[in-house]
Design a protein around this ligand. Sequence first.
Ligand code: AMP
Length: 383
Amino acid sequence: MLILVANCGSSSAKYELLNVEKETVLARGVVERIGTNLSSIKHEVKSKDIFWKRKMNCPDHHRAIELIRDIITDPEEGVIASVSEVMGVGHRVVHGGEKFHESTLLDEEVIKGIAAVSDLAPLHNPPALEGIKGCMNIFDKVPQVAVFDTAFHHSIPEYAYFYGIPYDFYTRYGIRKYGFHGTSHRYVSMKAAEILNKPLSSVNLITAHLGNGCSICAVQGGKSIETSMGFTPLDGLLMGTRCGEMDPAVVTFLMQHEDMSVDEVNAIMNKRSGLLGVSGVSNDMRDIMKAMYEGNVQAKLAYDMFIYRLKKYVGSYAAVLGGHVDAVVFTAGIGENVPDIKDQVERDLKPLLNGGTKFLMIHTNEELLIAQDTYKIISALNK
Ligand code: AMP
C-alpha cells in the first residue's frame, strides 16, 4: 500500500511516498521557501537515479501540494501513474495539545481541534493545517491521518508535566509540559526493544534525539514518562540554535537591561543561542568539532556543555526509571553520526548504571512510523 507522508513547516513542505508493507521509499523531496520569490522543489527517486532541485513558483502550501502531486505522477520524473495509487496521506502535526493522545483520522472536528491548539505552536500547526486542507482537496478520495509529535508524551504523569506556577495558568492557557519529537522517541524505542530482543512492554529506555533540535525521553514499557522539551521545544538540552534549560529570570533581566521586546528575546533564545550562540562559530556539530580540534575555545565550551547536559539528563532519567536502564539510545543527525559523543556518555555513566545497560546508535525514521500509523488506521476502516 502506498502512503504519502506530508510534513509542512512554516515555509516548507516535505514529502515522502512510501510502500508501507515493504518499508521502502519510492520518492521524497521538499518544496522550500514557500511564499517567497526564491521557492524551489527538490525531488529524489533513488530507483531512477533522479535527484534535482528546481526553482518553482509556489505562493502557498496548497500550491506546494499541487506541485508534489504533479511531480510524483510525472511520467518521466515520478513514480506513479495517477493519484489513485496513493491509498492514504499521513500528516506530521507538531502539537496535539491535551486532546490528541494518538494518531487520528482527520475530519472537520479533528481539524477544528488542531486549530484550537494553534496558539501553542503558532509556527507549526497553521502550516500543517494548510497542508492538510491542500491534501484533502488534491487527494480527495483517500483518508488522511494526523500523527502528533506530542502524542507519545501523554503518558507523562501529572506531577512531572506541571510547572510550579499558579494552577490557574494551566486551566486558562494549558501551560504545562507537552514534550516533542514523540514520533522519533517512539520509533527508536520499538527498534531498541527489537535489538535487545525483549518485549517493548518490559524494557526501560532513555532515548536521546540529538539533531538540530534535541530532546531526551525516559521510556518505561514503551511509554514516555518524562521528557526534556516542555511547553515549547525550547527547554532541556543544548541545541543547534536553542538555549535549552535556563533560569527563566534571564528573560526578564534581558528585557529590562537590553530594552528587548518579547519578539527579540524569543529570537535570541530560539535562533541565536545553543551551539551557535556559545561557540560563535555555527549551529552545526560538524563545524563545532572542526573548530574545537583547531583550538577554538568557545567551540570546545559549546561541545563540553552539550555533553555535560546530556549526561546530566541521562543520569536523572535513570533515577526516574528507578535505576534500571536497559539501553540508552542515540538518534538523529548528531546521535547517529558522532560515536565520540555516545562513547563519552557511555564511559562516564556506565559505572553508575546497572551493569547491563547498552548504549545504542539507532537511525530514526519518523516518516515510516507516520506511514505505518496511517496504514493501521486505514486498514481498521476497511474491516
Ligand atoms: P538533524 O536535525 O537530525 O538533521 O541533525 C542535524 C545535526 O546533525 C547538525 O548539528 C549536524 O551537524 C549533525 N550531523 C549530521 N551529520 C553529521 C555527521 N556526519 N557528523 C557530525 N554531525 C552530524
